[in-house]
Write a new protein. Structure first.
Lengths: 368, 300
């Protein structure tokens, strides 16, 4: 036991003396969560639009008033002819142009129908979509207002309610994803690098020719990173609660247990990587290409799995991150207990056992 | 027998690294494996330290079989690999303490054994190992390999990349360790270090050329060796090689080592020959045979 503690102590020295890995360990989580929380967002806010009002009557003025009163849009300029529409888009001044037809009010009162044209810059399709929806909603609510007094027959009203994230804050979606990525990065990449470093420096040769048992070496390597990953997970959860007002609906204790499970999954992957790579460089490349990319792209973090082609949907099942993100969303946003996420938990636990068994089988007590 | 190696062979893919090697070390012996880079020295070390399996043959270290009893061997040997395996980001003291701990001992317990060596680096014990000079790194690595009082010490090219003064000191340390009863197997590409061993094995291309005491090996050298010197060494080498009676010619430090085919060789004759080839300041002197001469002869 004393030998083992000596070994773990040495690992902590390595981590705390290497400025670069310290930076990765503690700088990254904070930087990433802030970046994803503030900068990368699907919400629209203060979008610049232009108005081409061919009618310029009381009704159009009222609609324009409503739009500019919302926090979503600010009216940048008024356009007076068709040709200008193209110009303002090309200059990139606005993302949408609202065109009211001639005699808008007259048409509305006389024919019961008036047309408004929403033209959006769809170079960014998501934003264009949102803009169209938001403007339609504003006009729709205005329409309801003027119909208040007259009763229309056979009207279907769609009422939607967004549950679990009613304000559609994208940070709620990113927090589970970022937490997953960071735990994966810290645990898998750092352990695989620290084990291969011993191989590269030749110290592994001495460790092998010592009474230390292989599992003591491996567990000794892993323990500091379990500890540091847990600290990271706590930092991320605190940041998202206090800065982004993200609610944690479910039990914090369950959240902690599931996080530890995922940390162990990632560590076992890291060990597996270190058994197949001879140098730190290789270990890093495998971790980045083989773990990070699939984790970001196929886990449902950024792109919804349900809209992927079938083969990719199948592949996504073997990505541990996918299951962990499901668990996190369940606990944090939906507030479910273990009885709703036992399947995901079991899958993660199974994967962990598999990786550990494989690494033990592949770990060499000799040089070849 | 402290180490016994019987007919060991080892191949990597197509390359035969060790080819039917056998030798034995008595308890407390200082034994040298002498050979150039790529001769198979490191492979033999790795087989004996249980890091590699031999393809053929058997070996025991301190009475334990290298395959069956590898755990016992790992408790009883000290190993200093070719590049000094130290943790560069740990201090001198932390490195030593770490190796003491993983072998289940403490620095204090075996301080007597490493005292001679460690006192020289103790003033720098708070310095990181990465910031030490080559000679100091080597001393630290030796201290780390010794801290658990091993029965057998394996030193793979311990003096490579170390300055001549440190090399000399290092061999004096080995002599003292030997007096404490530790069996030492050391490898080196430097022939001048061979003469400091009790016995040596000359090794090349994975085969042992000869095993004996350095004195015996030198004594059996069949020829008289002459140091030859002149102003233009390169031309001198060419001229000697075109001398019809030459047996061997190779550069040796500031001289050329020359041997003749004939028993009754007269240096005067060579002097005259070289003079006709327009060499200036010719010097020819009989010299002592060294291990290197023997090695060159055997490796022919």
């Amino acid at each position: 036991m004393k030998r083992f503690i000596g070994f773990v102590k040495k690992e902590f020295y390595h981590i705390f003396r290497d400025k670069r890995s310290l930076f990765i360990l503690f700088g990254m989580p904070i930087a990433q969560i802030l970046l994803f929380g503030f900068a990368i967002t699907n919400e629209i806010n203060n979008v610049d639009i232009a108005i081409f009002d061919k009618s310029n009557d009381a009704t159009t003025q009222e609609i324009i008033q409503k739009i500019s009163a919302s926090k979503y849009f600010s009216i940048k300029q008024n356009i007076t002819n068709e040709a200008e529409i193209e110009t303002v888009f090309q200059k990139g001044k606005v993302l949408a142009v609202l065109v009211f037809e001639k005699d808008f009010k007259k048409n509305l009162t006389k024919d019961n129908a008036a047309k408004v044209h929403v033209i959006t810059d769809a170079t960014d399709p998501n934003t264009a979509n949102s803009i169209t929806n938001y403007i339609s909603a504003i006009i729709g609510s205005y329409q309801k207002e003027i119909n208040k007094n007259s009763t229309l027959e056979y009207q279907i009203e769609t009422k939607s309610r967004m549950v679990y994230n009613p304000e559609l804050k994208s940070v709620f979606m990113f927090v589970p994803g970022v937490m997953t990525i960071i735990l994966m990065l810290v645990s898998a990449m750092m352990t695989s690098i620290s084990i291969t470093r011993e191989k590269e420096l030749g110290t592994m040769e001495i460790l092998l020719v010592s009474p230390l048992k292989p599992f003591q070496v491996i567990v000794g390597k892993v323990i500091p990173y379990i500890f540091l990953s847990i600290i990271n997970a706590i930092v991320i959860v605190l940041l998202s609660i206090f800065i982004f007002k993200m609610p944690v609906q479910g039990s914090l204790f369950l959240l902690a247990l599931e996080s530890v499970l995922f940390i162990i999954t990632s560590l076992s992957l890291g060990i597996l990587i270190s058994t197949v790579s001879a140098t730190q460089q290789t270990a890093m490349m495998i971790s980045l290409m083989g773990l990070m990319l699939p984790t970001i792209l196929l886990s449902g973090f950024i792109f919804p799995i349900s809209s992927m082609p079938l083969p990719l949907q199948i592949i996504s099942n073997i990505i541990p991150a996918k299951w962990f993100i499901l668990i996190l969303k369940g606990i944090m946003l939906k507030g479910v207990g273990l009885c709703f996420i036992w399947k995901e938990t079991l899958i993660l636990a199974g994967m962990t056992l598999f990786f550990i068994a494989l690494s033990i089988k592949k770990y060499k007590i000799r040089l070849e | 027998m402290s180490i016994s190696v019987q007919h060991i062979s080892k191949s990597f893919k197509k390359v035969t690294a060790v080819n039917d090697v056998s030798f034995e070390l008595k308890e407390g012996e200082l034994f040298g494996l002498i050979g150039p880079d790529g001769a198979g020295k490191t492979t033999i070390f790795r087989i004996l330290t249980t890091l590699l399996f031999a393809d053929k043959g058997t070996a025991t270290v301190a009475g334990f079989d290298v395959i069956g009893d590898y755990k016992e061997i790992r408790n009883n040997v000290g190993y200093m690999p070719g590049k000094f395996s130290l943790y560069q980001d740990l201090t001198v003291e932390e490195n030593l303490d770490f190796f003491a701990t993983i072998f289940g001992t403490t620095i204090e317990e075996n301080y007597e054994l490493i005292k001679d060596i460690y006192v020289q680096i103790e003033p720098f014990k708070k310095r990181r190992a990465g910031a030490l000079s080559g000679g100091m790194k080597q001393k630290l690595a030796l201290s780390c390999a010794l801290i658990h009082k091993p029965k057998v010490l394996f030193l793979d090219e311990p003096t490579t990349g170390v300055d001549p003064v440190s090399r000399k000191e290092f061999w004096e340390m080995l002599k003292r360790l030997q007096q404490k009863g530790i069996t030492i197997l050391v490898s080196t590409p430097y022939m001048d270090e061979a003469e400091l061993c009790d016995r040596i094995a000359l090794i090349q291309h994975g085969k042992i050329l000869q095993i004996d005491t350095p004195q015996e090996i030198i004594k059996h050298y069949p020829k008289k060796i002459y140091d030859v010197k002149a102003d233009n060494m390169y031309r001198l080498l060419e001229s000697l090689k075109s001398f019809e009676h030459h047996y061997s010619v190779y550069p040796f430090g500031e001289f050329v080592h020359y041997t003749d085919k004939r028993e009754d060789f007269n240096p005067q004759e060579l002097q005259q020959y070289l003079a006709t080839k327009n060499h200036q300041n010719i010097k020819i002197e009989i010299t002592k045979t060294t291990i290197e001469d023997t090695f060159m002869e055997l490796a022919k």
